[in-house]
Design a protein around this ligand. Structure first.
Ligand SMILES: Nc1ncnc2c1ncn2[C@@H]1O[C@H](COP(=O)(O)OP(=O)(O)OP(=O)(O)O)[C@@H](O)[C@H]1O
Length: 261
């Protein structure tokens, strides 16, 4: 369980990015953060990751106050795949294990297994320049999951991809989260996903949190019903359509709020 309680974050420039943010994320949940540009979504992710501390309020992990320093048990995926261009795909994916000091053989085996899970098993020896944008992002996800983190933080990972690739990656991400399908009691990780897309947030999430314009705070917390593991047919369902309509309205309201700070 991670919890933000009455969190404000004022940056050193004087800018108030977050004000009174309260949120709780249960173990194994998949939650999306949706909000207008600059509302503080990445700021929330940095607090969850332990890369930053609030100016006031509390960040709690398993009920204890968080201390400064990156959370050990977290993996990150950013909008850019940031692969090392001079190293092949498996070497890129091994990097977090190398940093942990794991020996070469188990490291390579774990990286290959992670690549197989994202459907890139045959591209282990390829160089990043030989991969499409979607494949590079799959490699970045494999790198984030190679340490089997309890928490996966994703900051607009698919924003630069075309819609067909994005849809395919959304489905892949759900099957990585629930590797044994619907019957999985404990998902492989807790997911926090930042996006501008209402459709992507609803498709992926058990809960969608909408943030107001700066200073960011949570103005809507919507549970998305239906199966956890979803495919294209979910996009036609009344649950999907209703949730998208409700969140679009909330997002429009969020964008109207005046920017302060
Ligand atoms: N280190 C920093 N110092 C000063 N201001 C910052 C810092 N980091 C972020 N900000 C500002 O805080 C506000 C929130 O930024 P943040 O990146 O969290 O928003 P966001 O919702 O993720 O934005 P976007 O959707 O455009 O990626 C912005 O106005 C940004 O310029």
């Amino acid at each position: 369980m991670i919890e933000l309680k009455a969190v404000d974050r004022r940056y050193e420039t004087g800018l108030l990015a977050l004000q009174g943010v309260d949120l709780r994320i249960a173990p194994g949940e998949f939650v999306s953060l949706l909000g207008p540009s600059g509302c503080g979504k990445s700021s929330v992710l940095r607090l969850l990751a332990g890369l930053d501390l609030p100016s006031s309020g509390e960040v709690l992990r398993q009920g204890a106050a968080a201390t400064r320093g990156p959370v050990r048990d977290a993996g990150f995926v950013f909008q850019e795949p940031t692969l090392m261009p001079w190293a092949n795909v498996v070497t890129n994916v091994e990097l977090p294990l190398r940093l942990q000091g794991m020996a070469a053989e188990p490291r390579a085996a774990a990286a290959l297994a992670a690549l197989q899970r994202v459907g890139l098993g045959e591209f282990a020896e390829a160089m990043p320049r030989e991969l499409s944008g979607g494949m590079k992002m799959r490699a970045a996800i494999a790198r984030a999951l190679v340490t089997q983190p309890a928490l996966l933080l994703l900051d607009e990972p698919f924003a630069a991809l075309d819609e067909i690739t994005r849809f395919a990656l959304n489905e892949s991400l759900l099957s990585l989260w629930l590797p044994q399908g619907e019957k999985t009691k404990v998902p492989a990780f807790t997911g926090v996903f930042v996006t501008h897309s209402v459709f992507e947030a609803v498709f992926l999430s058990q809960r969608v949190l909408v943030m107001s314009a700066r200073p960011g705070r949570i103005i809507e917390d919507l549970r998305i019903e239906g199966p956890r593991l979803r495919d294209a047919s979910f996009r036609q369902s009344p649950v999907f359509v209703d949730a998208c309509a409700r969140l679009s309205t909330a997002l429009a309201r969020a964008a109207e709020e005046p920017a302060l700070g």
